[in-house]
Design a protein around this ligand. Structure first.
Ligand code: CO
Length: 287
């Protein structure tokens, strides 16, 4: 085509239009997306180190992205008037009124149990409402398929204290559930065992329970136990059920059975390599 002044003018106009609209569109698209970090919540101040660490790693992985929090434990939401906490519903409604149209949710759950199912249901209910969030994507929890269970087993063993000797047990205690997803605990036990026969999984409210773990420790003639929560935060269950001074805590039961106990008072959110797994799960829904 011959370059006439008219053609050149049209081309120039098009270029100017593109230059003007493209950055504007990009900026607009950026403000319309957000990441929502969802956890159970905790009343234990020190346990929030886990959440702070998760947020730090998510910010590093997604620089410049809008990041918000929501807690699923209703009883904790209005506990502290100085730092208001939002439920998932409140957080999504707030984002919608701010004009956010796409939300990626990071589930900080360990297994796809009832907490996770409720979160999925809420996300579906909020998606595509008029003037609301158009697209809501939910990441997988920490354990969700064979590969994730095997990988987490490897990372847990990698995170074991260097002072632990091979004949000393390492016991990870999860929350536990009566939901069908309770099978993830024995599944994790299997993959831990293939790597280290003295690493065990227990739960405070499901199976394997304290009695089952104690039986296994005795059968293996264990003299010393390293006790750690298999929970996102080392909150109330860790402080009381696992490490508490009451005679029915895991620590005291082991001590009463002649074992020496070392406490690992960290939530899973305090292990950077485990948080990286959650971040990977988030990455696969953000992009
Ligand atoms: Co509980």
């Amino acid at each position: 085509m011959r370059k006439t002044p008219k053609n050149m003018l049209r081309t120039l106009c098009l270029i100017l239009l593109m230059l003007w609209t493209c950055p504007a569109l990009a900026a607009q698209a950026e403000t319309k997306e957000a990441i929502l970090l969802v956890a159970f919540g905790t009343s234990v101040q020190k346990a929030q180190t886990s959440y702070a660490n998760v947020e730090k790693q998510v910010r590093t992985a997604f620089p410049g992205k809008e990041i918000r929090w929501a807690w699923t434990a209703n009883s904790l939401l209005n506990a502290d008037p100085k730092s208001p906490r939002f439920s998932v519903q409140e957080a999504l409604a707030k984002l919608a009124t701010e004009g956010v149209r796409k939300v990626s949710i990071l589930s900080l759950h360990v297994i796809p149990g009832s907490e996770y199912s409720n979160l999925a249901r809420t996300a579906r209910a909020f998606e595509g409402l008029p003037k609301g969030v158009e697209e809501i994507r939910l990441s997988q929890p920490l354990l969700y398929d064979t590969d994730s269970v095997s990988k987490v087993a490897q990372l847990l063993i990698q995170s074991a204290p260097k002072e632990r000797k091979p004949d000393e047990a390492l016991v990870f205690v999860g929350h536990g559930t009566h939901h069908t997803a309770g099978v993830y605990y024995p599944a994790l036990q299997y993959y831990l065992h293939t790597r280290d026969k003295n690493v065990f999984v227990g739960t405070v409210e499901g199976s394997p329970d304290l009695e089952a773990v104690l039986k296994t420790l005795k059968a293996n003639a264990i003299r010393k136990v390293w006790l750690a929560p298999l929970m996102t935060v080392a909150g109330d269950h860790a402080v009381n059920d696992l490490f508490g001074p009451e005679k029915d805590s895991w620590k005291q039961i082991f001590v009463a059975n002649g074992m020496q106990v070392e406490i690992i008072g960290k939530g899973l959110g305090e292990y950077p390599i485990l948080v990286e797994q959650w971040v990977q799960n988030l990455k696969s829904v953000v992009n």
